[in-house]
Design a protein around this ligand. Structure first.
Ligand SMILES: Cc1ncc(COP(=O)(O)O)c(C=O)c1O
Length: 387
């Protein structure tokens, strides 16, 4: 390997949400494996680009240039066979704030918005905070895998004005197949419901799986879809606050941009732009090694659970670096499980109930860490829950 993902780097005192224990009432010695950023340094090509830009020393208002858009469009075409146009793409400080903007832009108060729980919780915080109505098409968990109840999906879409898709899906790690995406897209078209497709995890996909950008599958889907992308999960750049939102339909794009302005937001930050371009220009080799490393972490977790905690089940990882683990076989309540995880195992995971209906009994564990950290975490799991 050219890049060293085994290297331990102390993140304390770096304004890290993930590692700032005391501020969140966590014991000092817990291992933080919760919020979705990784404990790896960014690819050298990104750090070098940022260093060069910093050496320039002038940090005025910024705007992406044509080279930036060429790089972005190149990434989507090369990796996902989607030909995008620069006019379709807007920069925002993050996918979550883009969800808020898109919900406000595309719906009215009290309108129904469909999500698929258990799902990334800011989806429904955004629905709640904007005064819209949450409509849940709960995922089906069967035989250790998640799927979609399409009859229920269509019923829910009929009564809604917007669908927020998580693709790949956090926390279940599903990478939706072409067929599943087509079915969802056709149903939304049939009922005139636009889609926000949050594809922030699009690059973190494991062998034998392929991520399809929903809008790339059919021009009719592209015409009703707001696609949210960012280099932040893939390249561990969340603190730089830059995402790229792709909206081919001019009408939808106009409404999104107007709402963006109305929210008082303006130009993207220059360091985020610099990092994004460098990542998509030169980060592919790093990404391939990262995927292999994360795959190794998942394999280690899987082997450990089979050998030491056979009643605890890892949902088969298809994408993301977030392991979705079913602890229900141990028979604890969620409160008991959370307390044991923190006080006995000394691990800081995300409780499954955070993700809404269907999350009870599960925990989400962030595997974006050196293997030695994971190894220690597994020892702690065994001493807390084994025997
Ligand atoms: C599905 C999904 N969307 C959005 C985000 C956060 O995006 P941002 O940091 O750009 O707001 C996350 C972070 O975990 C996520 O999992």
């Amino acid at each position: 390997m050219k890049y060293d993902f085994d290297r331990m780097i102390d993140r304390k005192g770096t304004y890290s949400i993930k590692h700032d224990h005391a501020a969140r009432g966590m014991p000092e010695d817990v291992i933080p494996m919760w919020v979705a950023d990784m404990d790896f340094q960014a690819a050298p090509c990104i750090t070098e680009a940022i260093e060069n830009r910093i050496r320039h020393g002038i940090f005025g208002y910024s705007v992406p240039d044509s080279g930036y858009f060429d790089t972005l469009c190149g990434w989507f075409e090369r990796r996902f066979a989607w030909k995008t146009e620069r006019e379709w793409i807007a920069q925002t400080p993050g996918v979550v704030n883009s969800l808020y903007i898109a919900i406000r832009a595309l719906t009215a108060p009290d309108d129904g918005v469909v999500v698929q729980q258990p799902v990334y919780n800011p989806f429904w915080y955004a629905i709640r905070d904007t005064g819209r109505r949450l409509v849940n098409n709960e995922l089906v968990y069967y035989g250790g895998r998640y799927g979609i109840d399409f009859d229920d999906f269509e019923e829910k879409i009929k009564g809604a004005k917007l669908f927020i898709l998580c693709s790949p899906h956090n926390p279940t790690s599903r990478v939706w197949t072409r067929e599943e995406l087509f079915k969802m897209g056709e149903i939304c078209l049939r009922h005139g419901v636009p889609i926000i497709s949050d594809e922030i995890h699009q690059d973190i996909v494991y062998p034998d799986k392929r991520h399809h950008m929903l809008a790339s599958l059919d021009e009719r889907f592209a015409d009703i879809t707001v696609t949210c992308t960012a280099p932040s999960k893939t390249f561990n750049l969340a603190g730089l606050q830059l995402s790229n939102i792709i909206i081919p339909n001019e009408g939808l794009r106009g409404r999104f941009k107007q709402e963006y302005k109305r929210s008082g937001l303006n130009e993207p930050g220059v360091i985020g732009l610099t990092a994004c371009k460098a990542a998509y220009d030169g980060g592919e080799g790093w990404l391939e090694e990262l995927l292999a490393y994360l795959g190794g972490n998942f394999a280690m977790l899987h082997e450990f659970l089979c050998a030491k905690l056979p009643k605890v089940r890892l949902v088969e990882p298809e994408g993301t670096y977030l392991a979705w683990i079913d602890f229900s076989g141990l028979g604890y309540t969620d409160q008991e499980l959370n307390d044991l995880m923190r006080d006995k195992a000394r691990l800081w995971l995300n409780s499954g109930v955070t993700y809404g209906a269907g999350g009870a009994g599960f925990q989400r564990m962030n595997l974006g860490c050196p293997r030695s950290v994971l190894s220690e975490a597994l020892k702690r799991l065994e001493s807390a829950f084994g025997g």
